[in-house]
Design a protein around this ligand. Structure first.
Ligand SMILES: Cc1cc2nc3c(=O)[nH]c(=O)nc-3n(C[C@H](O)[C@H](O)[C@H](O)COP(=O)(O)O)c2cc1C
Length: 376
């Protein structure tokens, strides 16, 4: 199994290992950060809501911020709201992507509840739609009802296997139309056309480079980096840089936040080169466009995206969202316009998600805070 996001470390590897001077650290793994990925190991409770949320916290979400705040109400309801400190104001100024990450959460909660024989009634923004940014009001109010005919879903078994796979994909392996039709069966569009992908790739690469060379957007990522396993265990969220090479590079003083914040540093340059390689390896493209850009559209995009990601998982396909061209800050507006144009978005329509799909190496899960930390 290839450890996640060792890309940066791999580039610095040889030197770093020589400088590390010891092996105990480079063989360490995080001890607690992945425990939530075994939701069935948790103490069984009679409260179906906790069971559903134990799965929902495994949902994909931007920069792995896990902004979900859960308030249990009475015996059957739960109110879900946003931890406002976990938003991403530089790259997500209107909380659009954060809201998509509530859509993924709600859909997984629904699938997990159905597995236990419960139907979920979800009212979105019950106290009003938060605009232009999210606020303290709930994103959703959920009611769990025992059901004779729960809407059980074959995707349940993929919840703990799902990943965002950010590695290089195998470009020699073709993805068939039927596979992509299955991935997009609950929403979304796809293409395997090399010419089209080539034009999209140019915009995608320009946008990721812009994000890394623009001070405030780069710093938003740098501040969320968890470098090495001790930082990952201490804060199991954000951008986790783990693996033996990272441990060694960190120990040798070659990887630290200061260097990653400096676009001129060797570490930052290697980071950009390696992101260009991974973001550029695109066997096929998948995207989700909504008719408008309401909060309900964003939630729906999240539902569709996580279903696509779960379908892909079942087919043995890897998937990686690449959101840089879809963001609303000024420096990236040319790529925003180009991608909306290339993807055929009509007036008022909004491309919410863009991802590559292909065959990637097997990877482990990303860190998660335990369920208890989300409960209020
Ligand atoms: C709305 C949204 C946007 C995302 N954008 C990106 C992105 O631009 N680049 C990226 O590498 N991952 C992106 N991701 C994936 C998250 O980083 C990932 O879901 C998170 O780190 C948790 O990892 P996991 O999906 O493997 O559990 C996005 C996810 C969501 C829901």
């Amino acid at each position: 199994m290839v450890s996640r996001r060792m890309v940066l470390g791999a580039g610095l590897g040889g030197l770093a290992l020589a400088g590390a001077g010891g092996v105990w650290r480079v063989t360490r793994v995080p001890e607690t950060a992945y425990e939530p990925w075994n939701p069935d190991a948790a103490t069984v409770t009679d409260d179906i809501r906790l069971d559903a949320f134990r799965h929902a916290i495994l949902a994909p979400n931007p920069h792995n911020r896990q902004p979900w705040v859960i308030r249990l109400v009475g015996d059957e309801e739960a109110e879900i709201s946003c931890d406002l400190d976990k938003r991403l104001p530089a790259t997500d100024p209107f909380d659009r992507q954060i809201t998509i990450g509530f859509g993924t959460f709600l859909e997984i909660a629904r699938i997990a509840a159905a597995e236990r024989g419960f139907a979920v009634d979800t009212e979105l923004f019950p106290d009003g739609e938060a605009q232009p940014r999210l606020d303290k009001r709930p994103v959703a109010r959920m009611t769990f009802n025992k059901s004779e005919k729960p809407d059980t879903d074959l995707l349940f078994s993929a919840i703990t296997q799902r990943r965002s796979n950010k590695e290089v994909y195998d470009l020699s392996r073709k993805i068939s139309d039927i596979q992509l039709e299955t991935v997009a069966i609950d929403g979304g569009s796809w293409s395997t056309d090399p010419q089209f992908i080539g034009r999209m790739r140019a915009e995608i690469l320009k946008a990721i480079e812009t994000e890394m060379l623009t001070h405030h957007t780069n710093m938003e990522s740098v501040e969320l980096m968890r470098i090495g396993y001790d930082e990952i265990d201490a804060n199991p969220d954000g951008i986790d840089l783990g693996g033996p090479m990272i441990e060694a590079g960190k120990l040798a003083g070659q990887i630290n936040r200061g260097q990653l914040a400096d676009p001129g540093s060797r570490a930052s340059q290697i980071g950009r080169e390696q992101l260009a390689e991974t973001y550029g390896s695109i066997p096929s493209l998948f995207w989700i466009t909504t008719p408008a850009n309401t909060r309900a559209d964003q939630i729906e995009a999240g539902r569709q995206y996580v279903r696509a990601n779960l379908h892909a998982t079942k087919l043995g396909l890897s998937m990686h969202p690449m959101s840089q061209t879809l963001q609303e800050y000024e420096e990236v507006s040319p790529q925003y316009a180009a991608v909306h144009n290339l993807l055929g978005a009509q007036e008022g329509e909004r491309v919410q998600m863009l991802a590559r799909i292909g065959y990637g190496p097997m990877i482990g899960p990303s860190p998660r805070w335990p369920l208890e930390t989300h409960l209020r």
